[in-house]
Ligand binder design. Structure first.
Ligand code: FAD
Length: 383
């Protein structure tokens, strides 16, 4: 049986970054995921794209990963607009906050690929391409996991970065509060005939929002939130019929384009009751999942990581109570705040009542004109 300081379960953006960050702090790490390496050589542009904001970019810079990404495949956007009607709009522009960009769109697999390359250069990380199927809490401050390939690994800490349906969270008996939104999400990648302005926008409709995410070159992702039956019908359309629907239902500002690929995702909200139990630590989607309306999911995971790395700094192994005080308390509060904020948007804009519509547009209008409120929103997503 192999023994490690820390086992990281999950090789998504957060698991890979966690393993690399802790290895740089001189911990001996085991990284476990059944799909390690399988995202290399994906067709581009891929459907899984993230808007990364400054705090996430800073972590990837610290991990010496950001500078290695192919700059021609990144799309720094300099403005972000949210609206229901043209006259009531919140716009966050880089210029207003004296910055060169608001955030950056990048395909998840590109960041994962660079993280994995860095990980392969770290002597302190052992990779296991398998799935965790059993967790034993040994009591003497050590935990053991069993993998599907028959191996057993032992460590003091287990970090669960194994996503929304985290098996480590379930095996640890950590309860959750969760529900499915009455919406699914269709993602369609398109190629435009003309270059796009580097602005991301989201327009609300009572059936769900429609969003535009510019990617590199003339590519973009279109996001369509709607009820699951509608999304199912849309996924069954051929490219020409889907393009016709998109041109009819999206704002006119889209221009002309070709449809490339499409996919749909269910949308859930989940929050774990505890982030730490018996030296098992939850991070990223394993701890919290939110409506992707504001593209905050993975950014919250990076914020978790920033705090966790501080807790483990200088190889001073924190106690459980230290972690709970510094990691769980801080991150749970912040993640709840953003989750509730997203729910307010989701509920507020799903309602067809005319009075509610008037109120929400008044609020958008007021917020859109108030630099102080916009600064608060800017700081919330960037720090
Ligand atoms: C449609 C959509 C659009 C989104 N857009 C954005 C956006 O613009 N910006 C943003 O910030 N967020 C966005 N998100 C959210 C974001 O994708 C997630 O928050 C993020 O990917 C979570 O990363 P993670 O590493 O925590 O988990 P995941 O990416 O889910 O990774 C979990 C990993 O764990 C592994 N695993 C699972 N079970 C086991 C096991 N038993 N043993 C070993 N390994 C296991 C899996 O193979 C996987 O590799 C979006 C989400 C969706 C659905």
């Amino acid at each position: 049986m192999k023994s490690f300081d820390i086992i990281v379960v999950g090789g998504g953006l957060i698991g890979l970054s966690t393993a690399l960050g802790l290895s740089k702090q001189n911990f001996n790490i085991a990284l476990v995921d059944p799909y390690l390496n399988e995202f290399l050589d994906k067709e581009s542009p891929d459907l899984r794209v993230s808007a990364l904001f400054q705090s996430s970019i800073n972590i990837l810079k610290k991990l010496e990963v950001w500078g290695e990404l192919p700059s021609e495949k990144l799309c720094y956007f300099n403005s972000m607009e949210v609206y229901e009607h043209e006259h009531s709009k919140i716009e966050l522009s880089a210029k207003e906050f004296k910055r060169s960009y608001v955030g950056c769109f990048v395909e998840n697999f590109r960041v994962q690929t660079e993280l994995l390359l860095k990980i392969s250069e770290e002597p302190g990380i052992s990779m296991f391409k398998s799935k965790v199927c059993k967790l034993d809490i040994l009591g003497n401050r050590h935990n053991e996991i069993s993998l599907l390939d028959g191996k057993t690994l032992k460590s003091k800490y287990i970090i669960a970065a194994d996503g929304l349906n985290s098996s480590i969270r379930k095996l640890s008996d950590i309860g959750v509060t969760s529900w499915k939104y009455n919406q699914e999400c269709l993602i369609v990648n398109i190629k435009s005939f003309d270059p796009f302005v580097k602005t991301t926008w989201q327009k609300f409709f009572s059936s769900g929002a429609k969003a535009f995410l510019p990617l590199y070159e003339n590519y973009a992702s279109l996001i369509w939130y709607d009820d699951p039956d509608k999304i199912k019908c849309l996924t069954q359309l051929d490219s020409n019929s889907l393009k016709k629907e998109l041109l009819e239902q999206f704002p006119e500002r889209l221009g002309d384009f070709d449809v490339l690929v499409k996919g749909s995702f269910p949308i859930s909200r989940l929050h774990a009751h505890n982030y730490i139990k018996n030296n098992v630590i939850l991070i990223g989607d394993a701890a919290h999942s939110i409506h992707p309306l504001a593209g905050q999911g993975v950014n919250l995971g990076f914020k978790d990581l920033e705090v966790l790395l501080r807790c483990f700094e200088d190889k001073i192994c924190p106690t459980n109570s230290y972690l709970i005080k510094h990691y769980e308390t801080l991150r749970k509060r912040d993640n709840s705040l953003i989750q509730n904020f997203m729910d307010l948007f989701y509920c507020g804009f799903s309602c067809e009542n005319l009075l509610v519509e008037r109120i929400r547009n008044k609020v958008l209008n007021l917020c859109g004109k108030n630099h102080y409120i916009k600064r608060k929103i800017h700081d919330l997503i960037n720090t």
